[in-house]
Design a protein. Structure first.
Lengths: 248, 313
């Protein structure tokens, strides 16, 4: 079985993102870029499935300009067997990303496509579900535990009510939640090894995708600030303040 | 014509409060009509509750055994069948809506607008990106169906007082069989539901252990509040996952929020931005939580919390 893993290049999660002063976007110049943390978790899970002998090959896939090769090399260093860059000069929205993966599914015939539940830049949380729809296959989103058993998988999902368990037939789409695993650290020899692993580039135009009806972003703004608060010195002061505000 | 269809969320008996918030979010879209669809094994009780919400024109029901615990794979084709009569299809931005609606959007050939926090007009919306550190205004192109989830923390619940008609429809597709519900497990619900409680008391890493976290439960109980926790407290194993408040947990908007021993990581603050009043208790006067707290108290939580409980009780 092959596992395809989505790898999105995003602003590192430790960076405090700011809207540009002219409101034309967010500041990304000179900002550290990384693999979307949820995708990193998806990759880790795929590697563990392979290491358990339940998959043969893990293929990391990213969509974007040549800069995404950096994140694909990191994925290879973590342990992916090979990588595919779907070359696109413009950023793609979730439906186009899902169509890219749908096209790659035909080419690679994976047993699992593993994605992060959402990317921490646009926070859309759509691509995995969309791919499952276009592929007409099961989806197990927000996964916090995955067990593979032959042609089936049992997946525990983080839902508002707690943990939901689904049993799904493979092939299927899975998306990772935070607590699925803790991704491994990359070691230096692995970085050297990763340089020799295959990385294929496919121009997005060669995949024969439908034209997308994209959402148009017309404005960016910083979030509204909460008004300044007060400090109190004691519990009794706190309680009377809350009573004054009609909250107790 | 702007005709809006909202997917109702429920547990088989009770309509989830997220549904009434989604209706509230739909109202400024100035639709000609708002219909609600209830998928259930037996829809009568949920439909009855839905019909009394102000602003709802019709409650549609589709019943069948396979809707007892319906999966996204089961529901998405049904939504696509219904969608031909509507310009807008909406769901709450809960794990239910987030799982389901993109699957329907893809079948309808459109991108979804995720987490609408403000409605500008029927096709233009504000939504948070980068964990709420930026807000974008997005426009759905003319002619494209609007498929969107509503960020429930941004809208109050629509009030009761309506009297919608209830109409029963038949299912249009079959269960694909490849996705099977096994079970859902929650921690046995003590006290009010975290997602909708008007008062929430949350504890953080500073509590130090699950035993010490008992003082949070106790304080919450004394004021009829739900219990929440920071991701650090969840990761440390003090409390179960579903109590996590924040970007990667629950995004909530209670009238009163207590952050106790929580430093205030961005991802936590994102989950409580819409709270009415935020009270922070922390021994570190420099903790970021104080930057957004309405009332701050610097000190040792192990002294303050029991004192507070006594003062309130």
């Amino acid at each position: 079985m092959k596992i395809l893993v989505a790898i999105k290049r995003v602003v590192d999660y430790n960076v405090r993102v700011r809207v540009k002063s002219d409101g034309s976007g967010v500041e990304t110049d000179g900002v550290k870029m990384s693999i979307n943390p949820f995708d990193e978790i998806a990759l880790e899970e795929a590697l563990r499935i392979r290491e358990a002998g339940k998959a043969e090959e893990v293929i990391a896939v990213s969509i974007g300009g040549d800069e995404v090769q950096q994140q694909l090399r990191t994925a290879l260093a973590m342990g992916a067997d090979r990588a595919i860059q779907v070359a696109s000069e413009s950023a793609v929205q979730p439906l186009t990303a899902a169509r890219v993966f749908r096209a790659l599914v035909d080419k690679e015939e994976p047993g699992i496509v593993f994605l992060g539940k959402q990317a921490i830049d646009d926070d859309c949380n759509q691509t995995g579900q969309m791919l499952a729809a276009l592929w007409d296959r099961p989806q197990a989103t927000f996964a916090s535990k995955v067990e593979i058993d032959g042609s089936q998988a049992t997946v525990a999902r983080e839902v508002d009510a707690g943990l939901e368990t689904l049993e799904i037939d493979l092939p299927a789409v899975m998306t990772s939640d935070l607590r699925l695993n803790e991704p491994r650290f990359v070691k230096l020899p692995d970085i050297m090894k990763a340089k020799r692993k295959p990385l294929e580039t496919i121009p997005i135009g060669e995949l024969g995708l439908e034209d997308a009806v994209d959402l148009e972003t017309v404005a960016w703004e910083p979030p509204p600030k909460r008004g300044g608060g007060i400090k109190v010195e004691s519990v009794s002061e706190l309680v009377s303040e809350l009573k004054d505000r009609g909250l107790l | 014509m702007t005709k809006i269809l909202i997917i109702a969320e429920h547990d088989g008996q009770t309509l989830n409060p997220a549904t009434a918030k989604t209706i509230k979010g739909a109202q400024p879209m100035n639709g000609d009509s708002i219909d609600l669809i209830v998928f259930a094994a037996s829809a009568a009780s949920v439909a009855e509750q839905a019909a009394t919400i102000e602003g709802v024109d019709r409650v549609l029901t589709i019943e069948g055994e396979d809707f007892a615990h319906p999966t996204a794979a089961r529901l998405a084709p049904e939504i696509v069948s219904l969608a031909s009569d509507y310009s807008h299809v909406l769901a709450p931005s809960t794990t239910f809506g987030k799982d389901l609606l993109p699957r329907a959007a893809a079948l309808l050939g459109v991108n979804q607008v995720s987490d609408i926090m403000e409605v500008i007009d029927a096709r233009t919306f504000k939504r948070p990106i980068y964990a709420g550190n930026a807000i974008v205004t997005v426009k759905v192109p003319e002619g494209a169906k609007v498929v969107a989830t509503i960020r429930t923390a941004s809208f109050a619940a629509a009030k009761d007082g309506g009297s919608a008609s209830v109409e029963s429809l038949g299912a249009q597709s079959e269960d694909p069989g490849h996705t099977r519900f096994v079970k859902v497990e929650g921690s046995e619900g003590e006290g009010p539901d975290l997602a909708s409680a008007p008062r929430v008391v949350s504890g953080g890493r500073a509590l130090g252990s699950s035993e010490s976290f008992e003082i949070i439960y106790s304080l919450a109980k004394s004021m009829g509040a739900a219990v929440g926790a920071s991701r650090a407290a969840v990761d440390a194993g003090y409390v179960p996952n579903e109590l996590q408040v924040g970007q990667t947990g629950k995004i909530i908007a209670p009238d009163l929020y207590f952050a106790i021993g929580i430093s205030g990581a961005i991802q936590h603050l994102t989950g409580i931005k819409d709270a009415g009043t935020i009270v922070a208790i922390n021994k570190d006067a420099e903790a970021p939580i104080f930057e957004i707290a309405d009332i701050g108290l610097v000190g040792d939580l192990f002294t303050i919390v029991p004192e507070l409980e006594q003062a309130i009780g």
